[in-house]
Design a protein around this ligand. Structure first.
Ligand code: PLP
Length: 385
């Protein structure tokens, strides 16, 4: 006998990477040296001070109990200082910041907090799959808004007007954009804030990539006039501080939004481990030089990634930001699926097909730069053979 699952579990498919990485593990177990450029899992270390702080904090007897639901004051203060230094945005650490176990859980908490069944959510037609998946789990209707490839994957605001109804509650935005690498611009954020005001929609901006391979100073959506009335920003240490497995992120927003999310979240988990929060606070003080050095490594990898894409005859935009690189397949390749499997099983190279971010990605691939440059160059060699 099998007890049936809830409708929402039946609706949601297992995450692509969860399935595909099992195939990668099988190849590895069979002794194949797979070069994994699929998932965005930083391979570099957090700063030394971060690790030291984790260790020192874990030695304190007081570190092992439950912690405040809204994180330690030390972590919230560190986030506020970081926002001030990085984005010139001033946040009240007491009321405008809510630490999260990664921004992914924030997507769920925001959705649980603001969506009723039958509400509508606008998500980019290419984007992080969790926006869609979580909205559907909650029984909301997902409307995908077009991105204009010819205009650097910016939202098609005109088309978006036609997608809004009086049930539209949330619009998801993410710039620098994953997977296309489209940069964030002040103009785009201003447009988004105006749109959210005009239509009384909550604008949820997901901002984990602003410090990676950014060509200009990073921007927060909360720097835009009028944003605090209608917007929430998610951010994370996963990519910018090489701490993906630590599960540290946060939401930044006006007090009523933070309070509302906390009322849901405090019924779901019981806070984070204090040494993780102490070390995260330390990580947030990493120097500008630390960030520059990390980006210099990514620059080198990017060059190798371009050589890889050139060898596959792919085309790509060269102004991409973030930790991934997005490229279009040549006509000669039948589909992204075919190419991914060909590379995985014949060359032992794993890359992500564009369609996992939405059907518009059918003829695209995404490379992660979380792999030493030498390994990417080895991948170039393998495909050149
Ligand atoms: C656009 C985007 N948002 C959110 C996340 C989740 O990040 P976190 O590790 O903070 O949960 C990712 C992870 O890949 C992402 O690409």
């Amino acid at each position: 006998m099998i007890i049936p699952v809830a409708h929402r579990a039946g609706q949601t498919q297992e995450y692509y990477f969860s399935v595909k990485l099992a195939e990668v593990r099988k190849l590895l177990a069979a002794g194949h040296d797979v070069i994994n450029m699929g998932i965005g899992n930083p391979d570099m270390m957090p700063s030394d001070n971060t690790i030291q702080t984790l260790f020192q904090s874990a030695q304190q007897a007081s570190a092992h109990g439950y912690q405040p639901y809204k994180g330690t004051p030390g972590l919230r203060t560190a986030i506020a200082r970081y926002y001030d230094h990085t984005y010139q945005v001033s946040l009240d650490p007491e009321t405008e910041i809510l630490p999260l176990m990664g921004s992914k859980e924030g997507i769920t908490h925001l959705s649980l907090t603001f969506l009723n069944e039958g509400d509508e959510v606008l998500v980019p037609e290419l984007g992080y799959p969790a926006y869609r998946a979580v909205s559907k789990m909650i029984g909301a209707t997902v409307n995908e808004y077009p991105l204009l490839e010819t205009q650097g994957w910016q939202p098609d605001w005109e088309a978006m007007e036609g997608l809004v109804s009086d049930r539209t509650k949330i619009i998801w935005l993410n710039y620098p954009h994953m997977p296309t690498g489209a940069p964030a611009t002040r103009k785009l954020f201003e447009k988004a804030v105006r749109f959210a005001h005009d239509h009384r929609i909550l604008l949820c901006h997901d901002n984990p990539y602003s410090l990676i391979l950014n060509k200009k100073p990073p921007i927060s959506l909360l720097a835009i006039d009028g944003a605090r009335e209608v917007a929430i920003e998610l951010n994370s240490l996963s990519k910018s501080h090489n701490m993906a497995g630590w599960r540290v992120g946060w939401m930044a927003a006006a007090k009523p939004y933070v309070d509302a999310v906390l009322s849901i979240k405090s019924n779901v988990d019981s806070g984070m481990f204090k040494p993780v929060m102490d070390a995260a606070a330390e990580a947030l003080t990493n120097s500008d030089r630390w960030h520059r050095e990390r980006n210099a490594v990514y620059e080198g990898r990017l060059e190798a990634a371009m050589a890889f894409l050139d060898a596959l005859d792919c085309t790509y935009a060269d102004d991409q930001e973030g930790m991934f690189f997005w490229a279009k397949l040549p006509e000669s390749v039948p589909s992204a699926d075919a190419l991914v499997d060909d590379l995985l099983y014949n060359k032992h190279i794993f890359i992500a097909p564009g369609f996992i971010f939405g059907p518009k990605g059918n003829r695209y691939i995404r490379l992660s730069l979380c792999m030493p440059k030498e390994r990417i160059l080895e991948a170039v060699q393998r495909i050149s053979k």
